[in-house]
Design a binder for this molecule. Structure first.
Ligand code: GLA
Length: 407
């Protein structure tokens, strides 16, 4: 693969090498369309999308590919490279038809919600899904949903009214209603809306956004996979969100504040006191993270625009400390990766990326410092966990797109 460390600047063709062939072997005949939806790293702005915050994610060159065609068998048949077995159910799918196949719940959800918008493929559809994202931290489920949604649009010959923002919101509903994850909108929006070579400064209140250029070569974004699986649907993600909402409600009711992300970091202690949120309590820590993270995102956007890597790196480190100590979503694997990275010359900053509880970390590393830094990070991690963390260099990847449109 061309993005492995050591060939960081190779080009990654956005076409999966064997997808068309796998489609034919599975279903016979040819796919009519092929879609690609990228994964993402979040440069900064963690756990504030569901509070209406401003965040700075970036799509990457890795992601999910989908080959598909319309049929007349009246069913949806789907296979994924990453999971065993063929999912096969009559259309329209019963909501519980994928209960035994967690990945196919996303498919059932996208089909159902698209059909409710008048974009249905009643005749039948065959889909083959493949990807090169690790399972945790880089938004593989959002990539799957957005990829499926643009595939269905292409096969149906009709786009969702409301365009890509509406498509992102529909995919977020799939997570809420079919996977039980009360996620924010960051992942679906960045995958739906990004431009190549840019990160997305995204206001999660209303999806307004600007594209912030990301230099292609130095420094580079090193992605480190902790290898610790993270089940988003498990309680912790939803619980953290409940904490943030509870703090927000208290601040609104008792201190007249709006969103957590509207509070200035300098006024936080005073308004928290007015709201009766005790210093150092769990709610105080959760709220302090959100308020501080919002300020760090603004700093980071300015720093990225100014190519001020020292400043950007400092904001990343502070973000990790806050996620570790106040929001309490890190874990020993992620802390080890981030601490080791931050101890290296030529590393400007590092942090966990995504929801936490496992998944991936990112480090901003000068290209010429990369070999030595990576060797140190790998040996620090291996001496503690007895294995080498997989890693690769992320490049700003652009949004979800059709690689082959139906004729
Ligand atoms: C997951 C969710 C996002 C966001 C991040 C944390 O990736 O899908 O909506 O909340 O966690 O920033």
């Amino acid at each position: 693969m061309s993005d492995i460390v050591g060939s960081a600047h190779g080009t990654h063709a956005p076409m999966h090498p064997h997808l068309a062939q796998r489609f034919s072997t599975t279903f016979g005949g040819e796919a009519q369309c092929i879609a690609f939806a990228p994964g993402r790293i979040n440069l900064i702005g963690e756990h504030i999308d569901y509070c209406g915050g401003l965040v700075l994610p970036m799509t990457i060159q890795r992601g999910t590919w989908i080959a598909a065609r319309r049929t007349s068998h009246g069913r949806v048949r789907a296979r994924s490279d990453n999971y065993h077995g063929l999912f096969d159910a009559p259309l329209p799918c019963a909501p519980d038809s994928a209960d035994d196949s967690p990945w196919a719940r996303y498919l059932v959800g996208v089909l159902a919600l698209m059909a409710a918008e008048g974009i249905a493929i009643d005749g039948g559809v065959d889909l083959f899904v493949s990807g090169d994202l690790p399972t945790g931290g880089l938004s593989s489920s959002a990539a799957l949903c957005v990829g499926l949604a643009i595939t269905i649009e292409a096969l149906a010959g009709r786009n969702l009214p409301g365009g890509r923002p509406a498509l992102a919101l529909l995919c977020q509903r799939v997570e809420h209603e079919f996977a039980g994850v009360r996620c924010g909108i960051m992942d679906q929006a960045v995958i739906a809306l990004s431009h190549p070579h840019h990160a997305l400064a995204l206001d999660c209140r209303d999806l307004t956004h600007t594209h912030v250029p990301v230099p292609e070569h130095t420094p580079c974004w090193l992605v480190l996979d902790s290898g610790r699986p993270r089940a988003l649907a498990d309680a912790p993600y939803n619980l953290r969100q409940q904490d943030a909402r509870e703090a927000e409600q208290l601040l609104r009711a008792r201190a007249g504040m709006g969103s957590l992300c509207d509070i200035e970091a300098s006024e936080f202690d005073a308004v928290a006191e007015t709201a009766g949120i005790h210093r150092d309590s769990t709610l105080w820590k959760r709220a302090r993270h959100c308020v501080g993270e919002q300020a760090r995102v603004r700093t980071a956007i300015d720093a990225l625009r100014a190519a001020d890597w020292t400043r950007l790196g400092r904001a990343m480190r502070a973000s990790h400390v806050s996620l570790r100590d106040d929001f309490e979503v890190s874990c020993s694997e992620l802390d080890t990766l981030v601490d080791a990275a931050c101890a290296c010359a030529g590393v400007h900053g590092a942090r966990l990326t995504g929801a936490g509880f496992g998944g991936a970390a990112i480090a901003l590393v000068d290209a010429d410092a990369l070999p030595a830094a990576l060797a140190y990070i790998e040996s620090s991690f291996a001496s503690r966990f007895g294995r080498t963390p997989p890693s690769f260099i992320a490049r700003a990847g652009g949004g979800a797109r059709l690689l082959q449109a139906p004729a």
